[in-house]
Design a protein around this ligand. Structure first.
Ligand code: SF4
Length: 352
């Protein structure tokens, strides 16, 4: 018999239809929707407005809401909170809540592990375990809301995994965040290091599934030339920079949205003003914005964090070349700030 589908991730109409198929009136679907999304219920047991007999029947059939269990919580002095969540099949997902003024950004994972193997990334060290499902992505946002007792204002797909290797679930999750949690697409960012042929698919599927693609697409470049990029991102050998940028131009034409480019600054490797010049040449004529991120060292690699003066010089050089640029503040430096670092430390720590 097929496993029952978790209810988290279903919209109001789907929950009403599902309740109808269970022989229940449609308003039960509305009650489920309120309790799952507005009240953040963790189990059917908690939804006491539903008839007890029905709840017991559903539990006996294995129906769940699909919420994760909290394995670990780590709070940094700057207010950033990292959560390690357990999936139903015992895997762990890292998700982060980053407060800033009246914003709360949730950095969600789209996969458990990641197959891309970027050399500066802790997640890439362990390979891919599997892609996450819609409810496992939405659950991360609800878990941060619950842990931080605040409504998330923004979601960035910049946690573990390459979102464009899980495009359908990511788009479904965006539909749920907007339709059921009341977020706007413009508050959501999908970040990729580049997967061949995935950008045209993302543009087309976004238009089909979401009506329009208003979320921000962030493309991680990290190097101004193909040789260095391949050194940092091994999978880049199959996707030349020129082809990636052509696909970005095509994406802009199809969606009407500007692309933002991420560039992680590694001390002494890609942070020279000459490389800022090369990056500016690469992006000439592009409607774009560059986000610079100072590298957070991980134990397995000997890349260095760039000097603050180098970050400033790189930024200034891009500005001189008329490239819109901002420097993203590193948050949570006292608590395994790099993507995948907390999970890796906890999962590889010797048993106490
Ligand atoms: Fe994967 Fe992103 Fe890490 Fe690269 S940086 S290995 S794409 S999680």
């Amino acid at each position: 018999m097929a496993e029952p589908v978790p209810l988290l991730g279903m919209g109001l109409a789907a929950l009403q239809e599902w309740a109808g198929l269970q022989g229940q009136p449609a308003f039960r679907g509305k009650q489920l929707h309120d309790w799952i999304y507005a009240r953040g219920a963790r189990s059917l047991e908690e939804i006491t407005v539903l008839p007890k007999a029905w709840r017991e029947q559903l539990a006996a059939a294995g129906t769940t809401l699909g919420r994760s269990a909290l394995l670990h919580r780590s709070d940094a002095r700057d207010g950033t909170t990292k959560l390690l969540l357990a999936t139903a099949d015992g895997l762990s997902i890292e998700t982060v809540g980053i407060p800033s003024g009246d914003r709360l950004t949730v950095c969600v994972s789209s996969q458990v592990g990641c197959p891309m193997g970027c050399r500066f990334c802790a997640t890439g060290k362990g390979g891919l375990q599997r892609s996450l499902t819609v409810h496992e992505i939405v659950d991360q946002v609800l878990s941060v809301r619950e842990a931080m007792d605040r409504r998330p204002s923004h979601v960035v797909f910049m946690g573990m995994g390459e979102p464009l290797l899980n495009t359908e679930a990511v788009l479904e999750a965006i539909a749920c965040l907007c339709g059921d949690l009341g977020m706007a697409q413009r508050q959501i960012t999908v970040s990729t290091v580049g997967v061949p042929r995935s950008l045209p698919t993302l543009a087309e599927r976004s238009l089909e599934r979401l009506g329009r693609a208003q979320f921000t697409l962030a493309v991680s470049l990290h190097a101004p030339d193909q040789r260095l990029r391949e050194e940092l991102i091994p999978t880049a050998h199959a996707y030349p920079l020129e082809a990636l940028l052509d696909d970005c131009r095509h994406y802009v034409a199809l969606t009407g949205r500007r692309v933002s480019f991420e560039y992680i600054l590694l001390g002494g490797l890609n942070d020279h003003p000459r490389q800022a010049d090369a990056l500016a040449r690469l992006l000439r004529g592009f409607q774009s914005h560059v986000n610079l991120i100072a590298y957070n060292p991980i134990a397995e690699e000997d890349f260095r964090r760039p000097a603050p003066e180098a970050v400033e010089a790189f930024r200034a050089q891009l500005e001189r070349r008329h490239i819109a640029v901002s420097v993203r503040a590193s948050r949570g430096l006292d608590q395994d700030a790099a993507c995948g670092q907390l999970r890796r430390r906890l999962l590889t720590a010797p048993a106490a």
